[in-house]
Every structure is written in structure tokens, then in C-alpha cells.
Design a binder for this molecule. Structure first.
Ligand code: ZN
Length: 1102
């Protein structure tokens, strides 16, 4: 009876609870038609439980209360562990439809036949089993777990407190809390929109798992949907969304802003990282405190490393490093690379590591540039580029810029244990393959091995360029992912493409094919090309199109493809992968660095094409099998034909002639080359530069003032005519290489042009306002020696171009001041003129004057120039000056003047000012110059004076009896005198010595030079005899077409690239305004023709 009563009351209660449950659902969950969210797996695990860390106490099929309105119970796979009761669509699913925190369960009890109920704070769940026995078993298990809660709670609490402290220490954030994580603050939480199925979920990241809730209320009540284990997950980010990819399915979330995405991803990345087991290598490397944070952004526990730069990095910074390419940074994981992480490499990282390495790389970093864990991918890439590729923040080595000294210091350093010194030398420009001078150990690496310096060996090994290239190439490039594409075209894309014109495409690069599809699942492709058909790949500058970052692909057949993405890392990844697939091995080390690369038609080399990689101003050219590095800023010719013309690049190493190509990639190359060659209002280092690395504008103006203005009263103080100064500056900015100082410009115009250039150049010589302020502070220092060393320090921190420019300029100002008796420009006056100019200010700060004045005054000490050297130069100038002062000098008929002469090659500082009387011959000049420079020639050496016509690319040796002065004043603006060892005089002597009668007959290819346009070289029979040069149509012809007297003309030699002569052996005959170009077949012919001509011209004197 009692038993019956009990039964009855229980049924009643059960019924009541059931209806209460229904009621509650009515009142609270009216809109809640779906019971929960279904998250089916795309792959099933071999063992369903392996996704959950807690041991499962009990599991089985149960029927669950139908959702609102439904009559039928739903069959669910239910699983119980010590923390949650979960139910799943089926037994294989990894992601539950519901997970109920046992913390919020207040009771479990039978609810009639085969049924039991689980009562939580605001909701009761009713389950139906197949039998009462089964029901009792479930109740028993649940009660057991519930009764063991305090202990587990206690355990969890201590764990949570730990993580809580961690969280509080790192960032202040309002924790959610709720029953679900009773005593813990979630690391990050908030409402996110999930994309498939499309629904909002309240998302909480905690303890390396993501928990999903239908809303915040359910979160507070301890009712979850499912949780995702991050230890097996990876994270993929794109602009406004991110995906968590697990082995079983991908969860994608949309966020409202970039900042939001970064907040979530930073937290996720940290979880993903910290949940993986710590490797042996990590443990060892992290034993040093400075290795425990990323060298770039400061994120905890960096698990990546650049083995050549010796820094430990977080994953996101490692991505940025990968974009720089392996020739700059070789990035490897600390995990699972046991062969790489030898004990020696680990030792190296313990000795160098982030601490010491950063004190070099990041010595001069402005606080505004410092990264933090929240920095975006593009910020990281910009930072890594500045820090490691450009070396912007690095601490200058005191030998910086002196190649030989650096190399010698490297060879010395590798023998000892000072690894930091070796590191600094390597990254300050020392050549890793410099010769040690020891035949048994020719390279620094061999020397280090011999000296038993394992750390040195390790550092050198990882910085040898060649082996990276190989290892990179072996891993054949393949990549896939979504990009956005516009319809391809057959002409250059010049207009801006809005975002709406781009469509998403699944792209894949594999086995030499680049293919794109509508979606990842599609098998039918939208288009494809072989990588061997790609002739050009170009990275556009950001913001050109609707997508921030875009790249262009040009094919052999003349089609242009434009692909875009929102983040730079994605685009760079594709750029690198495609370029690796298309470039020859010799160039593949640069492909991460350049922004344009491809094949171009060119006349050099036997293949008719060359490979070109352009990165800013650095161009790498591969012709056949030799790679040339060309700094476009230091080109001496860049000729770009109008419209359909060819392009000629001339630099120290020779010439490259690019043939015009009608396909759409060509115009892009032209403008990129132009841009790379420098022009316009750019930084000093981006200007067109001389071979010695200072802006051409500065050099040309200084040269001109030295020649014509040193004694002009008020030079630099007097202003030039504004319109002429503007015109001159304009032409310098367009193309400094081809500026001509015509007669209309006076010295004051040129002097003002120099001042205006320095005043307006971006950043100024002191490299920006911040640095300028540091220079000005020195003016306040009173202690002389402290002052000098401050100047020296500041100087050493300047970029090389700025430093060299300052040196040349101050040398010049020193000379001006030295002649102040005549030009009235004392140091004080020069300070007043150049202070505001160099600091780019209005002149209200008198410290600007002081700095310039002090730098002139202490020129030798600051720039480390030996006093004697400067004194010698000045003595010569003074001497000349005094003599000039005695006489009235006339510009046009001087009996004595100063000539600027260069020795061996034309370079700043090598210029000698020589006093030359009207009767001085070339021979006397040479002797005078050699004496001034203390050069004693060897017996067989023959030094002569050359006239060099830079623009015409030709030169000649002056006859030793030729009078210098009249000739000097006839020189054009692009000409100079050069004293050097004679190139051909011995050959000429040898040839002539065996001859009784001097004459020469033979075939030459001849071209009459009219500007640079005429390039018709036509073979003619030529006859040089008895004082005349005669030209016949051919051997048989007896009719003389042209005749010159050798006395009338002047013979030069050279190779005029603009005419593309068929051979390098060119003789140029100048007769008045006319020029004839004779091309010889080989060097012997060339010498014979020249010898004959000169011998006929000079008779016995030769
Ligand atoms: Zn980092």
C-alpha cells in the first residue's frame, strides 16, 4: 500500500515536472523551436571518445523529451562523464547537440516507467530508457557522479585559479562566469555568427576549448551546445572571419571588425599553441628567459625559429618571416624537427637567442614601431621587412660600409669565441665567403671548423645562401586556397577594379599547373595555366583595387589575370609559390623578396631572353647562367625609347638591351624600372645615385660650384633666379643622369638648386624629424670631446647614403670656407645658410647654424679624415689662390688656372685641384698629379691623361705633348680629365715597332652618328694611309665615298651602348660637329687601326 502510494505520488510528481517543463518551455523558450544546433562531422574519428578528455562514465541510446510542440521522443546518443552529460545525434558524432554542466544539476530522479529526469536551475530534462533496469542504472551513475562533484570542483578550482591569475595579469577583461564555469573567468567570450549552419552562438574560449552556447542566458544557466578541443585544431584567418579547423569539421565564424577578429584569433592561437605538448627543443631553448617571448612581438612561448637570424618567433611572426623568403629568414618549427635541432644549434640559440640578437637588430627601434601580440599580419610583415631585410633598426657596426675591413674582421672573429661579434659582422655586410688568405682554410667556415669553434660553424652554416636555395627548391611548390579574381584581359589593367568585380575562386597550384575553380568542392575547373606559360608575375602596391592586396599574372599568350585578397600574407604566399614554380633555380632565392619578376626579350646572352626580378631598386638579371645584381639607383644609363623603343640599362657591369614587346607585361616593366631607377621627391636613399652612392644631383651641383664658383663672392648666400632653379631641379628630379648645365645657368643658380634639393628632399639628410632633434641637442653640449663623439655616433646611425652625402657636402663646405677671403663665406655664414637648409626649418632655431658650423670646423675629426690629406688639398688650393690673386684672371684666356683632375676613376674625394699654367703639357700634368698623390709608377707602367666624355661613353688618351689648359676650357659639361694607367700604349708601341711603313686596309662597320637614333652599321672597305682615311663601298669599288684628313679629326674609343654596336671595339672619329663610329671585329684589329691613325696624326712624336 505504502509502496503503491509512493508509486502514485511519484507518477504525479513526474507528471507535474513534465508539465512544468512544458510550461517553462512555453514561457521561456517560445521561439526555441529547434532543440539545439546540429553540428555534423565531415569526418568521423576512429574512436568517438578521443575528442573528449574526460573518461566517459556511461553512454547509450536514450529517448529525450520532444521539443516544443512535438509528440515523439527523439533518439539520442547520451554520454556521461564527470563534468557533463552530453547528447549527440548519433554515436559517431564528435560534437554534441547539448552538453549539460553537472554543476548546475540540482537533482536526478525517476519519472515514471523507464523514465528519469535531470533537474537543472531552470529546466528539467526528461529521458526515456528501454527498461526500468536501464533507467535505474542511469540514475545510479548520475548520482555517483553528482556526489563526487565537490572533489572535482575543488580540483577544477585550483586549476582555474591558476589560469585566472594568468588572465588577470595579462589583460583586464570582464569575465562571464555563470554556472558553466562556476569559479572561473573565461579567457574570451562573446556573441559570434557561425556560418554553417548560419546562426548566432555565444562563444567562450576556456582552457584550450571553445564552448558554444545558444545565447548568453543558457551560458549563465550551464546549458551548452558543444565544445571543441583546440589541441588538434588549427586556425585560419581571413579579413572578417576566422575558421577553427578540426580533424572532424570546420567551424567558421564571422566577426564585425578587424579588431574583433584579432581579439578572438590571438586568444585562439594562444590556446592552440599552449595545448600542444611542449617539445624537448622548446624546453631547452626556453630555459633562457629572453627566449620565452617572441623576438618580434613579445608573445609568450614562441615555438618557431629563424635559424639563420637566431631568433625565436611566435606563429604569426613566423608567417611574416616566411614571406621574406628563405634567403632572409629560414623559419622552422621547434617541434618535430629533431634532425635540424642538433645540440650544436640549440647551444647557439642559448648563447645568442632573442636577447643578444635583438640588441643588434632592434637597437634603434622607435617606440612607435614596436609590435605587440595584437599587431596585424601586415604590421608584422612591415616590421620584419624593416628589421631584418632593410636593417633599419640595427646597431651599426663601426666598420659598416668598409667591405674589406668587415671581411677581415669576420675572418678574425670566426677563430675565437665571440659569436656576437661574428653575428654583427655578418649582418653588417661582411661577406660570408670572403677569402681568409689561408689556402688550407679558404673560407670563414673552413677556418671556424679548423679552430674548433662549433658555435661559429653553426652560425656560418645556417647563413650560407646556396643550400637554402636547394632545400627550398626540392620542396616543389604547391598551394591551394581561396582568392578573388576579375575577368582576365588581353591588355594591361590600368583602371581600378572595384570589389564587386572580383569573384571568389578556389585556386590550386600543383605539379606545374595553376588552376582555379568556383568552389573547393567543384571538380570542373574555371581556368588553368601551366606555370611555364607564365612570363610575368607582379605584386601591386596595396590599395590599387577593391581588394587591398593584388597580384597580376601575365601569360606567354598575352593574357593578364588579376587576383586579390584582403591580407598581405595570403597574397605573398601565392606570389612566392608561383614564382618558385616559374623561376629558374639560380633566382629562386629572391622570389620571396621581389615584387615583379619574369622573362623579357633581350639581346645579351645567347637565349634571346633573360630572367628579371625587381625588388624596389634592386634588379636581379639572369642571362644564361650568370646572375647580376643591379642597383637601379646607380645605373649610369637608362634609355627608354619613346613608344615602341627598346630599353637600355647601363651599369658598372655592362649593358642590357631589352627588346620592345607588344604584350601587356612590357609597359609594367618600363614603369617599374623607371620607378626603381629613382626620381622625384623621394628619400635621399631613393634618389638616383652615383657609383659611390650619393645622389647625382648633389654631386653634379658640388662639382659645378667647385669648378666655377669657389671664388665667387657670396656663393650659396646669393640666390639664383627662381625660375631657372626650378627648371634645373625639375630636370634633376625627372632624370638626374641626363641633366646638362647649359650656358644659361649661372653658379648661383646651381648653388641654389643644391640648397633647394637638400631642403626639400624627403626626410632630409638627417633622416627625419626625430633624428634631427637629436642632432640639434648636440649644439647644447658644452664639453668639446663629448660633443664630437655625439656627432660621430649620430653619423654612424644614419643610413649610408645620408652619411656619405653629408661627408661630401661638408668636405665641399670646408673648401668654400677655406677660400672665404675671396668668397666671404666663413663658417659662420655657411652655418646660417646651410643650417635651416639641412634641418629643413625656417631658421628660427639658432642651433641649426651651430651644428653646421661645428661640423665644418671639426670635419676631419667627425668624418675620420686624416688632417694631412685635407691639408695637402688645401695647400694646393691656397697656392693657386694666391697666384690668381696677384693676376687678373680671365675665364676665357687664363694663363694659369685650377683644373679638376681625377685619378684612376672619377669619384668624389678623388678629385684633385691642380694648378696648371698655360704651357703645361699632358705629360707634365700626369707627373704633377702622380707626385701629389705620392704614386711611383713601375718601370713598365705608362700613366697618361685621358679626356673622358661620360655622356658619349668615349675617351681618348691625350698626346703627351698636348697642352692641357686650352683643351681643358673647351671641355663640355659631362667631360673630365682622368689620369690613369694607359690601356693601349704598350700594345700600340709593339704594333708600330715592327712597321717600316704605317698604313692599314680592311673592312669596318661604319655608322654616321646623328643623335642616338641612327644605328645603321654598314660594312665599308677602309683605307688609312698617308695622312688620310678613305671609305669605299666595298673591296671591289674604286670610288671613294668619303675621305678625312687625320689631322682634322680627333679619335676616341669606347662603346656607345645607345647605338647597340655589333662589337665592343668602337673607334669614334670626331670632325667638328660630325661623328663617325667605326666598329672593329676584334681587339687586335681595334689596336691596329688606332695605332695607325695616331701614328699618322702625330708622325715621329708617337
Ligand atoms: Zn610574434
Amino acid at each position: 500500500m505504502a509502496k503503491k502510494e509512493e508509486e502514485k505520488s511519484r507518477t504525479l510528481r513526474n507528471f507535474r515536472s513534465l508539465s512544468v517543463e512544458e510550461d517553462r518551455r512555453h514561457s521561456f523558450f517560445m521561439r526555441d523551436r529547434e532543440e539545439s544546433i546540429d553540428l555534423p562531422c565531415s569526418h568521423f574519428p576512429d574512436y568517438p571518445k578521443d575528442s573528449h578528455p574526460e573518461p566517459v562514465v556511461k553512454s547509450g541510446w536514450l529517448d529525450k523529451t520532444p521539443p516544443k510542440g512535438g509528440k515523439r521522443f527523439q533518439r539520442r546518443w547520451v554520454q556521461l562523464d564527470h563534468k557533463y552529460l552530453r547528447y549527440f545525434q548519433n554515436s559517431k558524432e564528435v560534437y554534441s547537440k547539448r552538453m549539460i554542466s553537472l554543476q548546475c544539476v540540482s537533482a536526478v530522479q525517476p519519472a515514471g516507467d523507464q523514465r528519469f529526469e535531470l533537474i537543472t536551475l531552470n529546466r528539467t530534462f526528461l529521458f526515456k530508457t528501454e527498461s526500468n533496469q536501464m533507467r535505474n542504472e542511469w540514475i545510479k551513475s548520475l548520482e555517483e557522479v553528482l556526489s563526487s562533484r565537490p572533489q572535482s570542483q575543488h580540483k577544477a578550482r585550483s586549476e582555474w585559479i591558476k589560469s585566472l591569475e594568468e588572465v588577470l595579469r595579462r589583460r583586464q577583461q570582464n569575465g562571464g562566469g555563470g554556472v558553466f564555469f562556476k569559479s572561473c573567468l573565461a579567457k574570451t567570450e562573446g556573441l559570434l555568427e557561425m556560418t554553417s549552419p548560419r546562426t548566432k552562438v555565444y562563444t567562450v574560449i576556456n582552457n584550450n576549448r571553445i564552448y558554444l552556447f545558444k545565447n548568453r542566458q543558457e551560458y549563465m544557466n550551464g546549458l551548452g551546445i558543444t565544445d571543441i578541443d583546440l589541441s588538434k585544431a588549427s586556425l585560419k584567418e581571413s579579413s572578417k572571419s576566422f575558421s577553427v579547423i578540426t580533424p572532424y569539421r570546420t567551424f567558421s565564424f564571422v566577426v564585425e571588425s578587424e579588431a574583433e577578429r584579432q581579439r578572438w584569433c590571438a586568444c585562439l592561437a594562444e590556446c592552440v599553441r599552449s595545448s600542444a605538448p611542449v617539445s624537448r627543443v622548446c624546453e631547452k631553448l626556453w630555459s633562457k628567459e629572453f627566449n620565452r617571448v617572441c623576438a618580434d612581438c613579445g608573445a609568450d612561448s614562441p615555438e618557431w625559429a629563424s635559424v639563420n637570424l637566431c631568433v625565436l618567433l611566435c606563429e604569426r611572426c613566423a608567417d611574416a618571416h616566411r614571406c621574406l623568403g628563405p634567403s632572409v629568414s629560414k623559419v622552422f618549427s621547434l617541434k618535430g624537427n629533431d634532425q635540424l635541432w642538433t645540440e650544436d644549434l640549440i647551444k647557439l640559440f642559448l648563447q645568442l637567442g632573442n636577447g643578444k640578437v635583438n640588441s643588434f637588430w632592434a637597437e634603434n627601434i622607435p617606440s612607435s614601431e614596436i609590435l605587440n601580440v595584437e599587431s596585424s599580419s601586415s604590421e608584422r610583415l612591415a616590421y620584419a621587412t624593416a628589421k631584418y631585410l632593410k636593417g633599419t633598426f640595427r646597431k651599426q657596426h663601426h666598420l659598416s660600409g668598409q667591405q674589406e675591413a668587415l671581411n677581415n674582421a669576420l675572418c678574425a672573429a670566426v677563430k675565437g669565441s665571440n659569436i656576437v661579434e661574428t653575428f654583427r659582422l655578418l649582418f653588417s655586410g661582411a661577406d660570408i665567403n670572403s677569402s681568409t688568405g689561408i689556402p688550407e682554410f679558404p673560407t670563414p667556415l673552413a677556418l671556424a671548423m679548423h679552430s674548433g669553434q662549433t658555435n661559429q660553424v653553426e652560425l656560418l652554416k645556417h647563413n650560407q645562401k646556396s643550400d637554402t636555395v636547394k632545400s627550398e627548391v626540392n620542396t616543389a611548390p604547391s598551394l591551394s586556397g581561396y582568392l578573388f579574381k576579375v575577368a582576365s584581359a588581353n591588355r594591361p589593367i590600368t583602371e581600378q577594379k572595384p570589389r564587386s568585380e572580383f569573384t571568389q575562386r578556389w585556386c590550386s597550384l600543383n605539379a606545374g599547373m595553376f588552376t582555379y575553380y568556383k568552389t573547393e568542392q567543384m571538380t570542373h575547373r574555371c581556368g588553368s595555366m601551366k606555370t611555364s606559360e607564365i612570363i610575368c608575375l607582379s605584386l601591386n602596391s596595396p590599395g590599387n583595387h577593391g581588394f587591398e592586396h593584388t597580384l597580376e599574372i601575365y601569360t606567354d599568350a598575352g593574357r593578364v589575370y588579376l587576383f586579390g585578397a584582403d591580407d598581405i600574407v595570403t597574397i605573398k604566399e601565392w606570389f612566392r609559390a608561383i614564382s618558385m614554380a616559374m623561376l629558374p633555380t639560380a633566382l629562386s632565392s629572391v622570389c620571396g623578396l621581389c615584387d615583379r619578376l619574369g622573362r623579357l626579350l633581350c639581346t645579351e646572352g645567347s637565349l634571346g631572353t633573360g630572367w628579371f626580378c625587381l625588388s624596389g631598386s634592386m634588379l636581379q638579371v639572369l642571362l644564361e647562367d650568370s646572375v647580376q645584381d643591379i642597383n637601379l639607383l646607380r645605373l649610369h644609363t637608362l634609355t627608354i625609347g619613346d613608344g615602341a623603343g627598346d630599353v637600355v640599362l647601363g651599369w658598372r657591369g655592362g649593358y642590357v638591351h631589352l627588346s620592345f614587346d607588344q604584350r601587356p607585361h612590357f609597359p609594367g616593366w618600363i614603369s617599374s624600372l623607371r620607378r626603381g631607377a629613382g626620381s622625384g621627391n623621394e628619400m635621399l636613399s631613393q634618389q638616383q645615385l652615383t657609383k659611390s652612392g650619393i645622389p647625382i644631383t648633389v654631386q653634379r651641383c658640388i662639382e659645378y660650384v667647385t669648378r666655377h664658383g669657389l671664388m665667387s663672392a657670396g656663393i650659396y648666400r646669393k640666390s639664383g633666379t627662381t625660375s631657372r632653379v626650378s627648371a634645373l631641379l625639375d630636370s634633376f628630379q625627372q632624370d638626374a643622369r641626363n641633366v646638362c648645365f647649359s650656358d644659361k645657368f649661372g653658379v648661383d643658380d646651381v648653388a641654389s638648386t643644391l640648397k633647394r634639393f637638400l631642403r626639400e628632399v624627403k626626410g632630409g639628410v638627417f633622416n627625419g624629424e626625430d633624428n634631427s632633434r637629436n642632432w640639434l641637442k648636440v649644439a647644447d653640449v658644452s664639453h668639446h670631446r663629448a660633443k664630437l663623439s655625439m656627432y660621430q655616433n649620430l653619423l654612424s646611425e644614419l643610413p649610408e647614403v645620408n652619411r656619405e652625402t653629408l661627408k661630401v657636402l661638408l668636405n665641399h663646405l670646408y673648401c668654400v670656407h677655406h677660400l672665404s677671403e675671396f668668397n666671404q663665406m666663413t663658417m659662420g655664414n655657411l652655418g646660417i645658410v646651410f643650417g635651416p637648409t639641412l634641418f629643413q626649418t625656417d631658421g628660427s632655431d639658432p642651433r641649426t647654424y651651430t651644428v653646421v658650423e661645428e661640423m665644418i670646423q671639426n670635419y676631419c675629426a667627425i668624418f675620420n679624415v686624416p688632417e694631412e690629406e685635407l691639408q695637402k688639398e688645401l695647400d694646393a688650393t691656397s697656392l693657386i689662390l694666391n697666384k690668381i690673386n696677384d693676376q687678373t684672371s680671365s675665364k676665357f684666356a687664363p694663363s694659369l688656372s685650377i683644373c679638376a683632375v681625377y685619378i684612376e676613376k672619377k669619384e668624389e674625394g678623388a678629385e684633385l685641384l691642380v694648378q696648371v699654367g698655360s704651357n703645361v703639357t699632358a705629360k707634365q700634368l700626369v707627373l704633377q698629379v702622380l707626385e701629389m698623390r705620392g704614386i711611383e709608377p713601375f718601370a713598365e707602367e705608362m700613366w697618361t691623361c685621358y679626356e673622358v666624355q661620360e655622356k658619349e661613353e668615349m675617351e681618348r688618351e691625350l698626346h703627351f705633348e698636348e697642352k692641357v689648359l686650352p683643351f681643358y676650357f673647351s671641355l663640355g659639361p659631362d667631360c673630365h680629365l682622368l689620369v690613369k694607367k694607359s690601356q693601349y700604349s704598350n700594345d700600340i708601341k709593339n704594333y708600330l715597332s715592327g712597321k717600316n711603313e704605317v698604313y692599314k686596309v680592311g673592312t669596318l662597320r661604319v655608322c654616321e652618328v646623328k643623335g642616338d637614333k641612327n644605328r645603321n652599321f654598314i660594312s665599308h672597305q677602309c683605307e688609312l694611309t698617308k695622312g688620310t682615311l678613305k671609305l669605299y663601298k666595298d673591296k671591289e669599288s674604286s670610288l671613294c665615298e668619303k675621305e678625312w684628313s687625320v689631322q682634322e679629326g680627333t679619335l676616341y674609343y669606347g662603346y656607345r651602348s645607345k647605338l647597340s654596336p655589333p662589337t665592343p671595339w668602337g673607334l669614334i672619329l670626331v670632325c667638328g660637329q660630325q661623328q663617325w663610329y667605326f666598329c672593329c671585329d676584334n681587339e687586335d684589329e681595334f689596336i691596329e687601326w688606332m695605332a695607325t691613325f695616331l701614328s699618322l696624326q702625330c708622325g715621329e712624336n708617337r
